[in-house]
Ligand binder design. Structure first.
Ligand code: BGC
Length: 799
C-alpha cells in the first residue's frame, strides 16, 4: 500500500477499497467527511508518503499561498480565519497557512530567544499568559555549560508547547562582530565554537518537547543599522570560519526544524535569495532537511518595495527559502505568476511545500495536542534563577571583596538600575514576564540590609527618569534606540555620610538595547560623565573609610571598563539575567553560588581597538551606511587581539571564582596526528570554596603555509562542582577539520603540516598547560562548493 500511495498522482485512497482501520486505532486522526481516514493522517504510513499525498492534492493556488505565512496583525497582512495568530495565541509572530479543504492546520510560530513571547493578557479572558523571562543569550553562553543550557531549553520548549505554539523562533547565534550591535544581547559569542555548541544544546532541549525551533539569523546578521538593506562584503574564508561555522556546528549537533534566513545581503545577494547559502551549503553540505523561512519581510529594502514587486519572490523560493514570513498577498500572486510563466520551477515549489508540510505534520497542532496554557512557571523561575547565576562573571575581585556574606552589615545601593533592574533587551526578543526581581529585592530576599534612606531617595528619582524616557520613546519610532537613565547626583558630603553609616557600596551600571538600532559609542559603550562621577565619588568616600566598592554590570553587551575598573574593588558582570535577576545576583554576591561564568567575547580597552571599528555602518562619518566591508576577515574578537598584540581590558574566556583551580599536564593520545587526537587534562580545586571551572582548549597551528590566528578555541568543557581538593579529568577530541582553516584557493578545509600546540586553560590569556603534536602532511579535511564571489575589491587584513 505504501508504494502505491507514493506513486499515486491524486487523492490516493481508493474509493472502492476503504481502509479498514478506524479513527480509534490512530490517536490523532479524524475521519473525513466521507467517513474515511485521510491518507495524511494514516500514521502507519511514512511522513514522506503522507506529505506526498497532500502535495498531490493541492492546486497551484494553494501551493503558491502555502509558501507564505498568513500575515501579521496590524501590518496589512492576510487573514486566515482558521490559523489566525490573534485567534489562537495572541502575540504569536506568525502562522503557516491552514488549508481547511485538506484538513491541514496552521502551525503557530512565536518569538524567543530569551523565552516565549506572546501577549500576557487577552480580551474577555481573566486568565493570564505570562512566560518566563530567561537570561539573555550572552548570559546563557557565559555559563559555557551545555548540559545546563539544554535543561533551560527543555523549560522554554515546555512553555512553547503548553501555550499552543508549534515553533519557537530561536535560538539566535550571530557572531558578536562589534560591541555596538544592538542585538548582541540575544546572541552568544564572538567565537563560532561557543555560539554553535550553545545553540545546539538549546535546540536539543527545546525540541525534546516535540516543538520546533528556528535557528536564526542565517547568516552574518551582525548589525541593526539599515538591517533590511545592508550589503556586507565578506571573504569566503571569513564566512566559512566565522559567520557560518557557528551555524554549521549547530546544524550538525542538533536538528532544528527550521532555519531563518537573515535580512542582510552578502556580497550583493540577499541571504534569502542565495542558493549557495540555503541549498548548496545548508542542505547539500550540512544535511539540513527542514524548512528555511525568511525573516519578517526579509529580502526587500522596504515594505513599500515589497508590495507589488514580484521578482524577488521567485529568487527566494528558487534559492531554497521555502516560507516567506509573515506573508503578503502580493507574494502569493507573484509566486503563482512565476510558477505559471516558468521563472520558478514546479519542482522547487513542490520541494518547499513538502518541507513545510513535513514540519506541520510533526507539530503539536497536527497531533491535536491539548495544551494547558498552564506551564510550570514556578519550576521555571528556579531554572532561570540558577542559570542566570551561573552565567554571571566575576571580572575582578581585589582583596576578596566578594562574597559579601554578613547579613548584619549594611549596603548602600547606588545606580538607577539597582532599582529599575533590566531583565532583558528590547524588540522581538523581549519576553512578557509576570514580574522582575530587582537587585534590591533580591538582596532583601536574601536577608541583606540596604540603606533605606538612600532607597527612599532613589525610588522617586528612578520613577521620574524612567517615565521621561518612556515618554520620549513613545513619541519616536518604537524601534528607536534606548537612552540610558541618567544617574542621580550626590555631593561629596552626602557620599561621606553614606560611607560612614554603611559597610559596603554597590553601584549598578545598566544598559539596554535591541532590535532595529545599534548602540552608540558615547554614553552607551562609554560611560557617561554622570556615571564616572558616581563611581569616582562613591569610591573615594567609601575607600577613605576602608570600605569596599562593588560594581554590578546589568548590561546586554560590551561596555568600556578600562577607564574605571581600577577605582573599584570588585566587578560582577550580571548581564541582563532574566526575571529572577535580583535573586540570582544576590546568590552570587552573597556567596550561595560561586561564580563560574567566563567571557564569551573580548572587552577592549577602548572601542577603537575593536577590529571592525573602522568598518562599521556609517564609519568613517559620511560613508554609505548600507555598505559594510568585513575587512578584518577571520580576525574577529580574540583572534584579532592576540594576533595583532592589542591588549584587551578583559580577555575572552576570563572569569574569576571564589576558589582557585590548578591545571595538571595535558596528555595527548598520540604524538602524531592520525585522523583525530584526544587531549586529557586534570583540573583540581586548590582553594577553599566548592566551585566549577570552564576548561578551554585552544589550538595554535604552525602558521607557516597558512595565515593563522595565534590561537583558536576548538573545544571547551565545564567541571562538575568540585569540592576543595577535588579533581576531575576532562577529555576533548580534535578532528582534522578542527585543525583546518579554509583555503580559498583549494575551496577546502585544509590542515597545514607542522607542529601544533594544544593549550588547556581557564582563559584565552592564561598560560594554562600545553602539549605538542605533529601533522606530518597537509590534510584536506573537506572539499566544499565555491561560494561568495566578491562584489568589491579589497583584501582581508593580516597581522
Ligand atoms: C526579527 C526576528 C523575529 C521576527 C518575528 C524580526 O524582525 O529579526 O528575530 O523572529 O521579527 O518577530
Amino acid at each position: 500500500m505504501a508504494a502505491l500511495l507514493a506513486a499515486a498522482p491524486a487523492p490516493s485512497v481508493n474509493p472502492i477499497d476503504p481502509p479498514v482501520i478506524t479513527v480509534d486505532d490512530l490517536p490523532f486522526a479524524d475521519l473525513n467527511h466521507n467517513g474515511r481516514l485521510d491518507v495524511y493522517e494514516d500514521y502507519r504510513l511514512s511522513l514522506e508518503e503522507r506529505v506526498n499525498d497532500l502535495v498531490n492534492q493541492m492546486t497551484d493556488e494553494e501551493k503558491a499561498a502555502y509558501l507564505t505565512g498568513t500575515g501579521k496583525p496590524g501590518n496589512d497582512g492576510l487573514t486566515n480565519v482558521v490559523g489566525s495568530v490573534e485567534g489562537r495565541v495572541p502575540g504569536a509572530a506568525g502562522t503557516t497557512l491552514a488549508i481547511e479543504r485538506l484538513g491541514i492546520p496552521a502551525a503557530l510560530l512565536a518569538d524567543g530567544p530569551a523565552g516565549l513571547r506572546i501577549k500576557p493578557i487577552r480580551e474577555n479572558d481573566t486568565n493570564t499568559y505570562y512566560c518566563t523571562a530567561f537570561p539573555v543569550g550572552t548570559s546563557l553562553a557565559s555559563t559555557w555549560n551545555t548540559a545546563l543550557i539544554e535543561s533551560v531549553g527543555r523549560s522554554i520548549g515546555s512553555e512553547t508547547k503548553e501555550y499552543g505554539i508549534d515553533v519557537l523562533l530561536a535560538p539566535a547565534l550571530n557572531i558578536h562582530r562589534n560591541p555596538l550591535c544592538g542585538r548582541n544581547y540575544e546572541y552568544y559569542s564572538e567565537d563560532p565554537v561557543v555560539a554553535g555548541k550553545i545553540a545546539a544544546a538549546m535546540i536539543n532541549g527545546i525540541q525534546a518537547n516535540g516543538v520546533g525551533t528556528s535557528l536564526k539569523h542565517y547568516a552574518a546578521n551582525n548589525q541593526e543599522t539599515n538591517r533590511f538593506s545592508v550589503n556586507e562584503h565578506i571573504s569566503h574564508r571569513a564566512m566559512r570560519e566565522i559567520y557560518l561555522r557557528n551555524f554549521e556546528i549547530a546544524i550538525r549537533e542538533s536538528k532544528p526544524w527550521t532555519v531563518m534566513s537573515s535580512y542582510n545581503l552578502i556580497n550583493g545577494t540577499y541571504t534569502s535569495e542565495s542558493r549557495e547559502l540555503l541549498t548548496n551549503i545548508l542542505r547539500n553540505e550540512w544535511g539540513f532537511n527542514g524548512v528555511v523561512m525568511s525573516d519578517w519581510y526579509g529580502g526587500y529594502h522596504s515594505l513599500q518595495e515589497l508590495v507589488g514587486i514580484s521578482s524577488n519572490v521567485a529568487a527566494q523560493v528558487g534559492a531554497g527559502n521555502d516560507l516567506l514570513m509573515p506573508g503578503m498577498k502580493e507574494q502569493r500572486a507573484a509566486i503563482l505568476q512565476a510558477m505559471q510563466n516558468g521563472t520558478l520551477s514546479r519542482e522547487d515549489v513542490d520541494n518547499s511545500v513538502k518541507r513545510i508540510l513535513q514540519m506541520v505534520l510533526q507539530s503539536p497542532i497536527m497531533q491535536k495536542y491539548n495544551y494547558s496554557s498552564k506551564p510550570n512557571l514556578k519550576a521555571h523561575a528556579q531554572v532561570t534563577r540558577d542559570v542566570a547565576a551561573e552565567g554571571m562573571i566575576l571580572l575582578k575581585n581585589e582583596g576578596n571583596a566578594l562574597p559579601f556574606t554578613d547579613t548584619s552589615k549594611s549596603i548602600a545601593a547606588f545606580g538607577v538600575t539597582s532599582y529599575a533592574f533590566i531583565s532583558g533587551g528590547t524588540g522581538s526578543g523581549d519576553v512578557n514576564e509576570a514580574y522582575t526581581v530587582s537587585l534590591l529585592e533580591g538582596m532583601s530576599n536574601a536577608g541583606f540590609k540596604v540603606d533605606e534612606a538612600l532607597k527612599a531617595q532613589y525610588i522617586p528619582y528612578t520613577n521620574k527618569v524612567k517615565t521621561a524616557e518612556e515618554e520620549r520613546r513613545k513619541k519616536l519610532n518604537k524601534l528607536a534606540r534606548h537612552l540610558r537613565l541618567i544617574e542621580m547626583e550626590f555631593t561629596q558630603q552626602e557620599l561621606e555620610q553614606l560611607a560612614a553609616k554603611n559597610d559596603v557600596a554597590f553601584i549598578t551600571i545598566g544598559r539596554n538595547s535591541g532590535e532595529g538600532s545599534d548602540r552608540v559609542i558615547d554614553n552607551d559603550f562609554n560611560l557617561g560623565e554622570d556615571e564616572h562621577r558616581l563611581i569616582d565619588g562613591v569610591s573615594k568616600a567609601f575607600h577613605a573609610k576602608g570600605k569596599k566598592v562593588v560594581v554590578i554590570l546589568n548590561i546586554g553587551g560590551v561596555i568600556e571598563t578600562a577607564g574605571w575598573k581600577d577605582k573599584v574593588d570588585a566587578i560582577l558582570l550580571a548581564w541582563q539575567p532574566g526575571q529572577e535577576g535580583g535573586n540570582s545576583v544576590a546568590d552570587v554576591l552573597g556567596g550561595k553560588v560561586n561564580p563560574s561564568g567566563k567571557l564569551t567575547m573580548t572587552f577592549p580597552i577602548k572601542y577603537e581597538d575593536t577590529p571592525s571599528a573602522k568598518n562599521w555602518p556609517g564609519t568613517p562619518a559620511g560613508a554609505d551606511p548600507d555598505d559594510v566591508t568585513y575587512e578584518e576577515g577571520v580576525y574577529v574578537g580574540y583572534r584579532y587581539f592576540d594576533s595583532f598584540k592589542v591588549k584587551p581590558s578583559f580577555a575572552f574566556g576570563h572569569g574569576k571564582s571564589y576558589t582557585t583551580f590548578e591545571y595538571k599536564d595535558v596528555k595527548l593520545s598520540a604524538k602524531n596526528f592520525n585522523g583525530s587526537i584526544t587531549a586529557a587534562v586534570i583540573v583540581k580545586n586548590t582553594g577553599k570554596a566548592a566551585g566549577k571551572e570552564v576548561v578551554q582548549l585552544y589550538v595554535s597551528a604552525p602558521g607557516k603555509t597558512m595565515d593563522k590566528p595565534v590561537q583558536e578555541l576548538k573545544a571547551f568543557g565545564k567541571t562538575k562542582t568540585l569540592a576543595p581538593g577535588e579533581s576531575q579529568m576532562l577529555t576533548f577530541t580534535l578532528t582534522a577539520k578542527d585543525l583546518a582553516s579554509f583555503s580559498e584557493q583549494q575551496v577546502a578545509w585544509v590542515a597545514e603540516p607542522g607542529k601544533y600546540t594544544v593549550k588547556a586553560a581557564g582563559a584565552s590569556n592564561d598560560k594554562g598547560k600545553t602539549a605538542i603534536f605533529i601533522v606530518a602532511k597537509e590534510i584536506v579535511a573537506e572539499k566544499v562548493t565555491p561560494a561568495f564571489a566578491p562584489d568589491k575589491q579589497y583584501k582581508d587584513i593580516k597581522p
